[in-house]
Design a protein around this ligand. Structure first.
Ligand code: PLP
Length: 361
């Protein structure tokens, strides 16, 4: 069976070389006589896998030594609560509401601290990244929270907001897709299932100087300080997901790392947006300045036609193009592991669909 071009927003495509290596190592990893799934997380053979994954991430993102790298559980959603619990000293934080996950993070944080939504594009269906009025920022906020890429609406922060408080970023859908200077952030975190590897593990990169302030009620598994002291092993980590994430990072390094894949990602996104800008049938949704390179949202303006397109595309091996239930229309998620050929195939298919549609009108 041929592998499909899978445009799912997450879990999403992974590099074939990583899947093949995992298949080869499935029941006997490196002469250990067992699968990685069967290993004790305290064994030397597994600790080596874990340490290599962390080292690869540090290398790929040039993470400075004064940052901890934690590999935790509970997804990005678990961190919606962990963030205020670990960072709050003054009991208040500023949030930029640029999408559904940002709103969800703010809502969760409001259970524990005072949350100020300092900018929102909700009233305009999150078509753009809202501008922040600097006067609205609280100088005593424990942090300013952003979502660098908005997976559902297909928007991306084209520049980071100016702030004097620690910047906390949900990078779930664009980590490792473009170069970021980690020094600009207090915390970067990301669920793995979009651009890192399989679901199960969530990466938290936190400046060491921000640790040690966890609220007393913080569950052990969400306590970054305890997790840092225990090398992310206060309890059993997601051993296999971490191993798979390591194989995907190895592939990324072979591609030339983040700077190299960023160029490819720009090329892929331009290919799609250039077509959408010229198309007589399909139209892009997000405002041009804030277009995501990872999640391209579009529609025809006709729900029946959208559904017919999604179905026909699936029959042609272009899977999971249906937009999120909140937006309708279509969404093509083109993370690192989506090859250029996959995007070409999609554009070719859209051209063909458009031509057939024009004949039928
Ligand atoms: C997918 C996603 C989440 C939710 O991730 P879970 O791992 O399912 O909790 C949060 N934020 C962003 C930006 C996402 O894309």
């Amino acid at each position: 069976m041929n592998r499909a071009y899978n445009f799912s927003a997450g879990p999403s495509m992974m590099p074939l070389s990583a899947l093949n290596q995992a298949a080869q190592e499935m029941n006997n990893f490196n002469g250990s006589g067992m699968s990685v799934m069967e290993m004790s997380h305290r064994s030397k053979v597994y600790i080596d896998i874990f340490d290599e994954t962390v080292a690869l991430l540090r290398d790929l993102m040039a993470i400075p030594d004064d940052y901890e790298v934690l590999l935790l559980q509970g997804g990005a959603t678990g961190q919606f609560a962990a963030i205020p619990m670990n960072l709050s000293v003054n009991g208040t934080a500023d949030y930029i509401d640029s999408g559904n996950f940002a709103a969800g993070a703010a809502k969760e944080a409001a259970k524990y601290i005072n949350v100020n939504v300092v900018a929102s594009s909700k009233a305009d269906n999150y078509r753009y990244i809202p501008e922040v009025d600097p006067a609205k920022l609280n100088p005593n906020a424990d942090y300013l929270y952003i979502t660098t890429n908005n997976t559902i609406y297909g928007t991306r922060f084209d520049k980071l907001p100016e702030t004097n408080v620690p910047l906390v970023a949900d990078m779930s859908s664009n980590i490792l897709s473009e170069v970021y200077d980690v020094n600009k952030f207090g915390v970067i975190y990301a669920g793995a299932q979009k651009n890192i590897g399989p679901a199960g593990v969530v990466v938290v990169i936190v400046k060491k100087s921000l640790l040690g302030n966890a609220m007393k009620i913080t569950p052990k598994v969400l306590n970054w300080q305890l997790m840092a002291e225990a090398s992310s092993m206060v309890n059993t980590p997601t051993t296999y997901s971490i191993y798979m994430a390591g194989l995907c990072m190895k592939w990324l390094k072979e591609q030339g790392g983040v700077a190299a894949i960023e160029k490819v990602n720009i090329e892929k996104a331009n290919m799609l947006y250039n077509f959408l800008d010229e198309s007589r049938l399909f139209r892009p949704v997000a405002d041009k300045q804030f277009r995501s390179r990872m999640n391209v949202t579009f529609n025809t303006g006709d729900a029946d036609k959208d559904a017919a397109f999604v179905k026909a595309a699936a029959n042609a091996g272009l899977l999971n193009l249906k937009g999120h239930r909140l937006t309708g229309g279509m969404r093509a998620s083109i993370y690192n592991a989506m090859p250029v050929e996959g995007v070409k195939a999609l554009v070719d298919f859209m051209k063909q669909f458009e031509a057939e549609d024009a004949r039928n009108v």
